[in-house]
Design a protein around this ligand. Structure first.
Ligand code: ACO
Length: 337
């Protein structure tokens, strides 16, 4: 894709939204035997935001999208495709993309759909958008990455439920009008052979005419140790190689904005790139792992809080269930958030 002449893409706006409700590590000690010290020292997480009442990934995603559209200087009517990335949606269908299309008044005949690439979802969605915009098939695409993990966790499983939070991030991408492509490089990968490392089975059961069945609740299942080992082995090298393949040196890029899964994994990538702390955007302490939302949430909040100065360049990278992983080197223009 990178060697084919295509229409350049502009990242026009970004936004994020997190729920109000905060659950700290100390709060979790009311559910099971754990401690703030255990969780923080292994993950870098202190607290997470969780949906409450009827709030869901659709509401969070719609708010993040509204912000991204407003910042883009475009209107809902200008969007000609919606791609939502989610691995913990409130319903399997209708797609979150369709729900958000209706919610925001995006024209009711444009395509809207969801993709499942877990925490790599935003990178996958951006890569798909690059293909559609680059080929001239679509002009302006809304990407929404949103997850309500807390509804799909087993809150008796202390090894998985400590890690996740809920949240959403969004990005509006459009055909660039100045010839500059904000996607300097993008790459997505998957290895389904190790798909069982993180999974969310659906609670389906066979027809009672076929066999008797007992319904069992289904939750996110994760082999944390093996996920950690796989990612710590693959991701730092992958990111380093991506920078090299783009014909760049790590020091030429301003920021690393990684998936917020575990501070120790982020630090391993940081060390490989030789980056100082001010070049690495982390908010895992306050939000935990928000899955697909994690990268755009870190990006949009980083810009809003002044930790990411504009204009600048950044490496986005993530990994997740599948196993999937991916990365992009992007330009971030003034005024995107
Ligand atoms: N509090 C206290 N003790 C705990 C807790 C807890 N919350 N959880 C597990 N333990 C105990 C275990 O029972 C075990 O005890 P034992 O030795 O007596 O058997 C001990 O702590 C060590 O458990 P491990 O699971 O080996 O702990 P580990 O050091 O591997 O840390 C962790 C666990 C933090 C989950 C780590 O493996 C990790 O971060 N993995 C990466 C996970 C990840 O990034 N997932 C996101 C993927 S992205 C996506 O798509 C969803």
């Amino acid at each position: 894709m990178n060697n084919i002449k295509t229409i350049p893409l502009k990242i026009a706006g970004v936004g994020y939204c997190v729920p109000e409700t905060v659950v700290t590590n100390d709060d979790l000690t009311k559910l099971y035997d754990t401690s703030d010290e255990w969780i923080y020292s292994r993950t870098g997480i202190k607290e997470r935001r969780l949906v409450s009442g009827n709030e869901s990934a659709v509401d969070l995603g719609a708010k993040a999208a509204e912000h991204a559209i407003a910042k883009s200087g475009l209107k809902a009517e200008d969007i000609d495709m919606v791609i939502s990335a989610s691995s913990a949606p409130p319903e399997l269908y209708p797609a979150i993309g369709c729900r958000i299309q209706a919610h925001l008044g995006i024209p009711n005949d444009v395509p809207a759909f969801d993709i499942t690439a877990a925490c790599s979802g935003l990178i996958y969605a951006l890569s798909i958008a690059k293909g559609f915009i680059g080929s001239g098939m679509y002009k302006t695409i809304l990407l929404v990455a949103t997850d309500n993990n807390s509804r799909l966790l087993n809150w008796e499983d202390r090894s998985a439920s400590i890690l996740f939070g809920d949240g959403a991030g969004a990005m509006v991408v459009t055909a660039s009008d100045d010839g500059v492509d904000d996607i300097i490089s993008i790459d997505i990968r998957a290895n389904g052979a190790i798909g069982d490392l993180i999974k969310l089975p659906l609670a389906g059961k066979n027809c009672p005419l076929v066999e008797p069945n007992t319904e069992e609740p289904q939750f996110i299942e994760m082999n944390g140790k093996e996920v950690y080992k796989f990612v710590a082995r693959v991701l730092p090298h992958y990111v380093e190689e991506m920078v090299e393949k783009a014909g760049m040196k790590a020091e030429e890029i301003d920021y690393l904005i990684p998936h917020q899964a575990n501070l120790r994994i982020i630090q391993a990538v940081q060390e490989r790139l030789g980056y100082s702390d001010d070049k690495v955007v982390t908010n895992i302490k306050y939000y935990g792992n928000t899955s697909a939302a994690s990268i755009p949430l870190a990006l949009a909040e980083g810009v809003e809080k002044g930790n990411v100065k504009l204009p600048s360049t950044a490496i986005l990278c993530g990994f997740g269930a599948g196993m999937t992983w991916g990365g992009a080197i992007v330009r971030l223009r003034e005024g995107i958030c």
